[in-house]
Design a protein around this ligand. Structure first.
Ligand code: CP3
Length: 348
């Protein structure tokens, strides 16, 4: 089936559908026993990301079980730093650990030259998925947005206060800007290859956008995402792009007005009536297709608490271009039966 007929793509082009398409961030992962089995078979998490057979398998697992309208490539946002030569390790129970980059001098050790070679298996996974996915399922490629990727590169791990990366960004914006510039270039390259291999839409995850003040949000989140979108559109004028600036509150309006993306992922704190009135609509009006925003905790809880909220989201956001998703990723303790029930509600 050509891309244009897939519900996800139609929604991203601005159509309001009677049944909104759905997929879930982190839909492949530890909450599924079949993922845990494949993960053990692969060895480390990075081995899994770089094994096209197994990465294809884990991407397809949730689709087989729940029939989502889109598959998201199985990979990670930190594969770009790895591709640039930064040492990266994922430790059980600790998450990612990187050799920190905290100055322009340290930045000079990273290079674009080997990027494609170092992440080549990811492109191969995209190619396989493009040929193996059912005809009605869209394939989403992704990358981290530059700010969020930079937080891990500079802090060297996940952080609560982002003190070290903010120190650099706020005190030496020109130096930090060079890291962001490198990430813009690398992200355009990386996503272009995903599109060439068969990705039909791309999402930029800006998980830590909400950590920044207003001015810094414009400079380190909106501007780089806009640059990436403009450069991708030059090559792929029809490519749908989804931005997910998590936790930015009223900043979602500024993000929408920047007009860089077709779709905007809402976190679960965003007031829905406000989002429907202010953010949802066509790109021409400085608006976008909305995607979101069930609190992943409600998917852990299930039952009527979940179902009431799902109906509220559909009632309020279902009258414009909309994709049902969560407000952030599925957590490992989620019972798969709850995902089953949610998928059943959404398939109608
Ligand atoms: O199913 C999908 O959504 C596709 C795969 C995907 C993963 N990570 C797999 C993964 C996607 C889209 C991501 C994005 C990602 N990675 C983000 C942005 C979205 C978000 O969740 O905020 C971020 C910040 C990362 C960085 C990252 N990767 C962290 C902080 C961790 C450790 C925390 C954790 O959940 O373990 C990872 C590891 C990771 N990425 C796992 C998976 C399935 C778990 C690894 C394992 O199997 O042990």
């Amino acid at each position: 089936m050509p891309t244009e007929h897939k519900l996800l793509i139609r929604a991203l082009r601005g159509e309001t559908l009677t049944r909104p398409p759905f997929w879930f961030m982190r839909q492949a992962g530890r909450y599924l026993s079949e993922y845990r089995a494949t993960r053990t078979q692969a060895g480390s998490f990075l081995d899994l990301c770089f094994n096209p057979d197994l990465a294809t398998e884990v991407t397809l697992q949730p689709i087989r079980r729940f029939g989502m309208d889109a598959a998201i490539l199985f990979a990670d946002i930190l594969l770009i730093p790895h591709g640039l030569g930064q040492a990266l390790d994922y430790r059980e129970g600790e998450g990612p650990i990187l050799e920190p980059v905290r100055s322009v001098a340290e930045l000079a050790q990273l290079r674009m030259d080997d990027l494609h070679e170092r992440v080549a298996p990811v492109y191969e996974t995209v190619g396989r998925l493009a040929s193996e996915l059912p005809d009605n399922v869209a394939l989403i490629g992704f990358a981290g947005a530059p700010w969020t990727v930079a937080t891990y590169m500079v802090e060297g791990r996940g952080s609560r206060d982002h003190a070290i990366v903010k120190q650099w960004a706020y005190a030496d914006p020109d130096g930090f800007g060079r890291l962001i510039e490198l990430l813009v270039t690398a992200t355009v390259e990386y996503l272009s290859r995903q599109v060439d291999a068969g990705a039909e839409a791309v999402q930029l995850f800006d998980t830590w956008a909400g950590a920044l003040s207003e001015t810094a949000f414009r400079r380190w989140c909106i501007e780089p995402v806009q640059q990436i979108a403009v450069q991708l559109r030059r090559k792929y004028p029809e490519l749908p792009i989804i931005g997910f600036p998590r936790g930015v509150g009223a900043g979602y309006k500024t993000f929408a007005q920047a007009g860089a993306v077709n779709g905007i992922g809402l976190d679960w704190t965003v007031p829905l009536e406000w989002a429907a009135a202010e953010l949802q609509g066509s790109n021409a009006e400085g608006k976008a297709t909305l995607q979101g925003n069930l609190d992943p905790r409600l998917l852990v809880i299930g039952g009527s608490a979940m179902e009431t909220e799902v109906r509220r989201i559909l009632r309020i956001l279902g009258h414009g271009p909309f994709i049902f998703n969560l407000g952030h990723g599925i957590v490992p303790e989620t019972p798969p039966e709850h995902v089953d029930r949610l998928a059943e509600m959404l398939r109608g």
